[in-house]
Write a new protein. Structure first.
Length: 228
């Protein structure tokens, strides 16, 4: 579904990505892992058209995305749950959900079933939600565009354990439904049973890639690149 080859990117004179290669298959859950500052969020920004790469290729279902603006990436089928949530603070929960909705299997009713708290808080403004509720809303909003690939950038960071557990439960349900997902997160214990494949990034390059079984068995790899 998604094929990234030789991706390079920079902020001004500072290069961040140096020939990144990875892919996500249809119905697959894949991860980008690595310590802070290794280029994971920069990669997401390139995928979504928020940062123009300086080289390489990003193909989604065979179509090249480099040069496409963010709304074209969304129309192609990429749904982003951004780091920091970035919900619309002065819109209600329901208004947030329908603001960028597109026709497809996911509807208000489906999102409410997935996150019952959003039904209870449907008239609350974004500023009135807790951090966990905001994160659930960000995921629901991304689903409302009916993405072919759902991308989550640090979706559980800074959340209470019970909220994190709820988000992992939801991601498990989405995987079971056949939703393709790309996850950037540090919670390896939750990612290992969820994900099919992992790509570890070190200083803007792929340091390792493989299956959950291979990653779980390699403690030295976890310690060296992930600080586990």
């Amino acid at each position: 579904m998604l094929e990234v080859e030789g991706l390079t990117a920079a902020y001004g004179p500072s290069r961040v990505l140096f020939g990144l290669d990875f892919s996500v298959g249809t119905g697959e859950v894949a991860t980008l892992l690595g310590r802070n500052g290794m280029g994971k969020t920069t990669t997401v920004r390139c995928l979504m058209g928020l940062l123009r790469p300086s080289g390489g290729s990003i193909r989604f279902e065979g179509a090249e995305l480099i040069g496409c603006p963010p709304h074209r990436a969304a129309q192609a089928g990429l749904g982003l749950v951004p780091e920091g949530r970035q919900i619309f603070p002065n819109l209600s929960v329901e208004e947030n959900l329908i603001a960028t909705a597109r026709p497809g299997p996911w509807s208000l009713e489906g999102v409410r079933r997935l996150f019952p708290v959003l039904a209870e808080r449907r008239n609350a403004l974004g500023t009135q939600l807790s951090g966990g509720e905001q994160q659930m809303l960000a995921i629901g909003r991304a689903l409302m565009i009916n993405p072919k690939l759902l991308i989550l950038d640090e979706a559980t960071e800074g959340l209470a354990p019970l909220v994190r557990a709820e988000i992992w439960r939801v991601l498990g349900e989405l995987k079971a439904s056949g939703q393709a997902i790309l996850v950037i997160d540090k919670n390896l214990d939750a990612l290992l049973p969820l994900a099919d494949r992992h790509t570890v990034i070190e200083k803007g390059q792929v340091a390792w890639s493989g299956s959950s079984a291979e990653l779980a068995a390699d403690r030295r790899l976890q310690e060296r690149y992930l600080g586990v």
